[in-house]
Design a protein. Structure first.
Length: 125
């Protein structure tokens, strides 16, 4: 049976979706943009947005009793692949080896003018 994730540790959904769902030991978390969950505002700088995105991912993981080491796959959406170097650097500091599987794509736009969005899949042990 599928269970919906609902936490104040990450921004509330801004559309018709759940923050995440848990099914069969896997947690599928919706993509996170740099919205501060308390103010629902977002910094303009790429670095500030990326920092908040990773905090939001931490909040989702924490809400399900998970750690970064439980993440098995990420998908990263960027409005410019020129920011890939900063993402790669942050990724290397955020995760540890063995790193989760990852996809990274450039998109024409993201919700609320965000410059980066990251979604994760994590496994409950």
């Amino acid at each position: 049976m599928m269970r919906r994730v609902d936490t104040k540790l990450a921004p509330a959904a801004v559309g018709t979706y759940s923050q995440g769902v848990v099914y069969g030991g896997l947690c599928y978390f919706s993509g996170q943009i740099g919205l501060n969950p308390e103010t629902m505002s977002m910094e303009e700088s790429f670095e500030g947005q990326l920092r908040q995105v990773l905090k939001n991912v931490d909040g989702l993981l924490e809400s399900e009793g998970l750690k970064r080491t439980d993440v098995i796959k990420t998908t990263i959406f960027l409005t410019s692949l020129q920011d890939f170097g900063m993402v790669n650097s942050a990724y290397e500091n955020y995760f540890s080896k063995p790193y989760p599987a990852r996809s990274c794509v450039e998109v024409s736009a993201l919700p609320r003018g965000a410059r980066v969005e990251i979604e994760v899949i994590a496994a409950k042990k």
